[in-house]
Design a protein around this ligand. Structure first.
Ligand SMILES: Cc1cc2nc3c(=O)[nH]c(=O)nc-3n(C[C@H](O)[C@H](O)[C@H](O)COP(=O)(O)OP(=O)(O)OC[C@H]3O[C@@H](n4cnc5c(N)ncnc54)[C@H](O)[C@@H]3O)c2cc1C
Length: 361
C-alpha cells in the first residue's frame, strides 16, 4: 500500500475518531476490548493496520505529557494523517540497551542543536516528523539525562538513508542528524524526563502484539492454497502430514487468542501505561506463530514461492516474475516475518521478562 492509500484508509476509519484515543482528544473513546476487536478484524481481513506511529506512539505521549499548544497543534494533524511520524529511538549501539543512546541535544537559548544517528527508522522515508530520544545531560545516570524531542524531517541537517530488508523492500532507514536546529517548543514534557515518557510509550502497548488476526489469515490462505495443490494425485489439504502441521499451528493460535483475551481483560482494569508482563508471552508466542504460519504458506507453494523483487528493487534486472500470479508476496512475507522476533522486543528479551516477572526466577 502506498503512503496515500494508507492515509486515505486512516481518514475514512477515523470518521469514528482515532480508535485508541480518549474522546476529549478526538478519539473514539472505545474500551480496550473494542479496540482489540477492531484491530484483529482489520488484521484478519487483511487490511494494513496502520494509522502510523503518530496515532499509536507519539499521540498518546503528547496528550499525556505535552503542553496545550502541542496538543492543539499536533493531535488534530495526527488524527487526520496530515503528518506522518516515525520513531527515532534505536541507534547503532543502543538497541535493547536503549538508555545508552548517544544522540546529543545541546540547548542554545531558544533552540537545541542536535547531532547523532538513529537507525531502523520505520517509514522514515515517508515521514515529515520524527520523535526522538536525545541526550540532554551526559553527566548523570544514563536514564536521567534523556529528553523527548519532536523534529521536522525537512529541517536542514536531517538525512535519511534507506536500508533494504531481506524481503527486498525498503521500510527501515538510517537517519542522520547533523547540527539540526530544533526549537525548544518541540520538547515534550520536561527536559531530562524523556526516559519516563519513553517507558510510557513502550508500556502503552498494553495488550501486546500477538498478531492473532494476521496468523489466522495466513493459515486460512495456506489451507486454501493446499486445497488447490495436488501432490501425487492427492490434494495437499487431504494429506495427513500436512493436516497435522496445520493443526499444530492452529492449536497454538487458539491458545494464544485465549491468552490475549485474558491480557485485554486484565489491562482494562489497569492504569494506562502499565504493562501486564503476560504481554511478553503474547509477543514471544505471537511472533513464533506468525513465522510458522508464513512458513506454512511457503511450504504449500514450494518453487512457486520464488520472489519477484522487480517491483521492489530498483536495482533488479527487471527479470519477468516466476511463479503464479498473486503468490509473489508469499516469500517476502516469510522473510519479513523473521523480523517479528526482533522488533518491539526480541524473543530473548521477552524470555527475560517472563523469567523475572512471571516465573520469579
Ligand atoms: C523491522 C524493524 C523495524 C524497526 N523499526 C524501528 C523504528 O521505527 N524505530 C526505532 O527506534 N527502532 C526500530 N527498530 C529497532 C528495534 O527496536 C531494534 O532492532 C531493537 O531494539 C534491537 O536492537 P538491536 O538491533 O541493536 O539489537 P541488540 O540490542 O544489539 O541485540 C542483539 C541481540 O542480542 C540480544 N540481547 C540484547 N540484550 C539482551 C539481554 N539483556 N538478554 C538476552 N539477549 C539480549 C537480542 O535479543 C538480540 O538478539 C526496528 C527493528 C526492526 C527489525
Amino acid at each position: 500500500m502506498s503512503k496515500e492509500e494508507i492515509a486515505a484508509q486512516a481518514r475514512l476509519l477515523n470518521k469514528w475518531g482515532v480508535p485508541t484515543w480518549p474522546k476529549e482528544y478526538g478519539g473514539a473513546g472505545w474500551t480496550l476490548m473494542q479496540q482489540y476487536i477492531f484491530e484483529e478484524e482489520l488484521r484478519a481481513f487483511p487490511a494494513k493496520v496502520t494509522f502510523g506511529m503518530g496515532e499509536s506512539l507519539v499521540g498518546p505521549v503528547i496528550y499525556t505529557f505535552g503542553n496545550d499548544a502541542q496538543k492543539k497543534y499536533y493531535l488534530p494533524r495526527i488524527a487526520n494523517v496530515n503528518d506522518w511520524w516515525c520513531q527515532g529511538f534505536s541507534e547503532p549501539g543502543a538497541g535493547f540497551d536503549l538508555a545508552s543512546l548517544k544522540t546529543r541535544a545541546v540547548r542554545n537559548h531558544d533552540h537545541y542543536i542536535v547531532n547523532g544517528q538513529k537507525t531502523w527508522t520505520t517509514f522514515g522515508q515517508h515521514a515529515n516528523w520524527i520523535f526522538c530520544l536525545v541526550r540532554t545531560n551526559p553527566d548523570v545516570e544514563k536514564q536521567q539525562g534523556i529528553s523527548f524531542l519532536l523534529i521536522e524531517m525537512k529541517a536542514p541537517g536531517v538525512t535519511v538513508r534507506p536500508i533494504q530488508l531481506i524481503d527486498g523492500g525498503y521500510e527501515v532507514n538510517e537517519v542522520f542528524l547533523d547540527n539540526v536546529i530544533v526549537p525548544v517548543e518541540n520538547l515534550v514534557g520536561e527536559e531530562n524526563k524523556g526516559w519516563d515518557y519513553a517507558k510510557y510509550l513502550l508500556g502503552n502497548e498494553r495488550f501486546g502484539d500477538a498478531g492473532v488476526g494476521t496468523s489466522r489469515e495466513r493459515i486460512q490462505r495456506a489451507k486454501e492454497l493446499a486445497s488447490r495443490t495436488a501432490i501425487c494425485g492427492e490434494r495437499l489439504i487431504d494429506q495427513p502430514a500436512f493436516r497435522e502441521k496445520v493443526a499444530a499451528v492452529e492449536v497454538q493460535l487458539k491458545a494464544l487468542e485465549i491468552t490475549q483475551l485474558r491480557v485485554v481483560a486484565t489491562a482494562s482494569k489497569q492504569q494506562s501505561g502499565t504493562q501486564d508482563p503476560a504481554s511478553s508471552i503474547l509477543k514471544l508466542k505471537g511472533s513464533q506463530i506468525e513465522q510458522a504460519a508464513a512458513e506454512l504458506m511457503l511450504d504449500v507453494i514450494g518453487p512457486y514461492a520464488l520472489p519477484d523483487l522487480s517491483q521492489e528493487d530498483p536495482e533488479s534486472l527487471g527479470e519477468p516474475c516466476i511463479g503464479l500470479h498473486g503468490l509473489q508476496r508469499i516469500a517476502p512475507t516469510y522473510f519479513y516475518s523473521r523480523a517479528a522476533s526482533i522488533y518491539s522486543g526480541s524473543s530473548e528479551i521477552q524470555k527475560n521478562i517472563i523469567a523475572r516477572a512471571i516465573l520469579g526466577l
